[in-house]
Structures are given as structure tokens and as C-alpha cells.
Design a protein around this ligand. Structure first.
Ligand code: SF4
Length: 345
């Protein structure tokens, strides 16, 4: 690695930085910590393209951390629907409230202070400290991991290689312009040092890159052997009555906690759940969905009965898109909406 890697990278960033709604242009004053924090939480496990519309929606509805702290929780969960990893949305409110209650409405400006807040882990704390407050912090996301393992031809497989990758990233992180450097590394990984076909010929770090010299950039980072995800089964019940469908709210803790859903029991080795009432339930299809730690086959059963046969939240079928259902249940609802025809009712 040439010693001026940071210099070369920052010069490249000045000309090629991605214009993203939560960013300040390179070299300008620090952006609003609230917007940096919100974007970093949304970007966890999620692509820039998917986050864009959600970031716009959230900053319109809740332009400051005080607004978000005062948000209606159900409304916020509904606004998050479709972005996935719903624990993030619950932590979002908890964090905004902690910033208001314990920090006078200002985010702490150190990694340590940030890490003490709900939903902020080591990576996110480093990213916010560097980007929002210009602190020198070692920021390693998946893009940075790829660039660094290639630069140094780090052959140790993930995840064991992570402490070494952190050390290597630390060794090239400059004291000045820490936020720009972190974002420059992310941008380089996203646009030049890509997973497939990296554009080494256009790379500002190409001259010192060991993987490029070896001619096998795509071999890095070295991945551990793939393990098959465990499979779980579940049932969702589409109970339709007079143009409305019965919805429930999932328990606050656990998968999709606090989100609206179709009724159905816990997920496990077998699809097994008591229906909301005894009726002629018919299978109308199965939704296959992959979560981080398991794959789920959700069998969808339907029945149509007149006169709202039980108490509950009855949601108009033709406005089901506004219910804030997470993707799994939105797909089950698509099957449900077609069930009238399918069951020949
Ligand atoms: Fe990545 Fe190629 Fe640049 Fe090395 S030279 S950092 S492999 S794009």
C-alpha cells in the first residue's frame, strides 16, 4: 500500500462522490447528525436504492429528532413497512427518545456516547462519529471490507478475518477528513471495487493494490463455506367478511414485532396454528420468505364469511396496501385478495 492511499482516495472522492440525500458534499461542513443517524440505521442490511424513498418519507414526516421522539409508534412502524429488520424501527423511536431525554436533543459526538444509545452498534457509532462529527473512527462496512481485503490480499476467511481487517483499515485511516474518508471507501466499494468485475483500471488505489497485482481481485474477501438456512413453517389466515379482512398486531418483541399481520400461530418445524374461528378454511397458496437466520414457508388459508363474525381490527380489502403490512404478509395478502375467485365464492 502506498502511504498516500488516503490522499489518493480523498482526491478521487472530491470528484466522484455519490450525491445521496443524507450527505453533505465532500469537504463541506458536517451534515445534520439526525439525518446521518437515520440513514445509517436504514442502511443496515439494506441497499442505498431501497433506502432512498424511506429516508425521504421519514424526513418529511419527522424532520428532527424531537419530531421522531414524539412520533406515534404504530404510525412509525407502518411507515417502515417493507424495509425489513423491524427491530431497527423499534430502536429508532427508543433512540430518539433517549437523545431527547438524556442528551438535551443532541446526539453524543463520540463513538462511546453513541454506542450507549439503543440500536447503535460498533459500526454505526463509528460511522456517525466520523461522518456527522468529523471524529477519526475506523469505519468498516461490507464495502470497506471488500476494498481492504483486496488492497492487502487478506486471505483469511470471514468472519474470523474481521479483527485483522479492522487493523488494516485503521492503518490507512487519516486523522483529517475522517467522515469523507469513510464515505469515500464506501463509494469506492459500491462503484469501482465491486463484488464482480471491479474496475481496477479506474481505481485511485490500483497502483498499490495487492489483489490487483495478483490478478484475482474477486477472490477477496474470502468467504466461509455456505451453510443451508434452517427452514420453518407457519400458517396465516385470511378471514374476509363484507369487503374487510381481519388483521392482528404481532407481539412487540420478536420477528416483525409490533407490525400488523394476518392471524396465525408461531412458526416452527411444522405448520400448526389454531384458526381465529372454526370455519371451512381452504389452502390458497404458500409464501416463501427468507429472513436472516431462517427460511419460512407460510401456508395461507382463506375463508369468507358474512357479518363480521368476530371482534378485531377489520381492514378494508381494497385499502390493504395502506395497512403497513411487512413484505411477508403483504405477499400473503396478495394471495388472499385473489381467494374470492380461487375459492369460487
Ligand atoms: Fe479494488 Fe481493483 Fe481498486 Fe484493488 S485495484 S481496490 S481490487 S478496484
Amino acid at each position: 500500500m502506498p502511504v498516500d492511499a488516503a490522499h489518493a482516495l480523498l482526491a478521487w472522492y472530491d470528484a466522484h462522490a455519490r450525491a445521496l440525500p443524507w450527505r453533505a458534499p465532500p469537504g463541506t461542513s458536517a451534515p445534520d447528525p439526525y439525518r446521518v443517524w437515520l440513514s445509517e440505521i436504514m442502511l443496515q442490511q439494506t441497499t442505498v436504492a431501497a433506502v432512498g424513498p424511506y429516508f425521504a418519507k421519514f424526513t418529511r414526516a419527522w424532520p428532527t429528532v424531537a419530531d421522531l421522539a414524539a412520533a406515534d409508534e404504530a404510525e412509525l412502524m407502518a411507515a417502515w413497512a417493507g424495509l425489513g429488520y423491524y427491530a431497527r424501527a423499534r430502536n429508532l423511536i427508543a433512540c430518539a427518545r433517549a437523545v431527547m431525554a438524556d442528551h438535551g436533543g443532541r446526539f453524543p459526538d463520540s463513538e462511546e456516547g453513541l454506542r450507549a444509545l439503543p440500536g447503535i452498534g460498533a459500526y454505526t457509532a463509528a460511522a456517525i462519529a466520523a461522518i456527522a462529527f468529523g471524529r477519526r473512527a475506523v469505519v468498516v462496512d461490507a464495502n470497506v471490507e471488500r476494498v481492504v481485503t483486496r488492497l492487502f490480499a487478506c486471505g483469511e476467511p470471514l468472519p474470523n478475518a474481521r479483527p485483522r481487517i479492522r487493523e488494516l483499515t485503521d492503518s490507512i485511516t487519516p486523522d483529517a477528513r475522517a467522515g469523507d474518508f469513510a464515505q469515500a471507501m464506501m463509494d469506492l466499494g459500491a462503484t469501482v471495487c465491486t463484488v464482480r468485475n471491479p474496475r481496477c483500471g479506474s481505481c485511485p488505489l490500483g497502483a498499490g493494490c495487492e489483489a490487483r497485482a495478483e490478478g484475482n481481485a474477486e477472490a477477496y474477501p474470502v468467504k466461509p463455506p455456505r451453510k443451508a438456512k434452517p427452514r420453518r413453517k407457519g400458517i396465516a389466515y385470511w378471514l374476509e367478511s363484507d369487503g374487510a379482512v381481519l388483521l392482528v398486531r404481532r407481539p412487540g418483541k420478536g420477528m416483525l414485532g409490533g407490525m400488523r399481520a394476518l392471524p396465525g400461530g408461531a412458526w416452527g418445524d411444522a405448520a400448526d396454528a389454531t384458526p381465529p374461528l372454526d370455519a371451512d378454511w381452504r389452502p390458497i397458496g404458500t409464501v416463501e420468505h427468507v429472513f436472516t437466520h431462517f427460511a419460512l414457508s407460510l401456508d395461507v388459508m382463506a375463508t369468507h364469511l358474512p357479518g363480521r363474525p368476530i371482534e378485531g381490527e377489520w381492514w378494508p380489502v381494497d385499502r390493504i396496501g395502506e395497512a403497513g403490512l411487512p413484505t411477508l404478509y403483504a405477499r400473503a395478502a396478495t394471495l388472499g385478495r385473489a381467494s374470492q375467485e380461487m375459492l369460487a365464492l
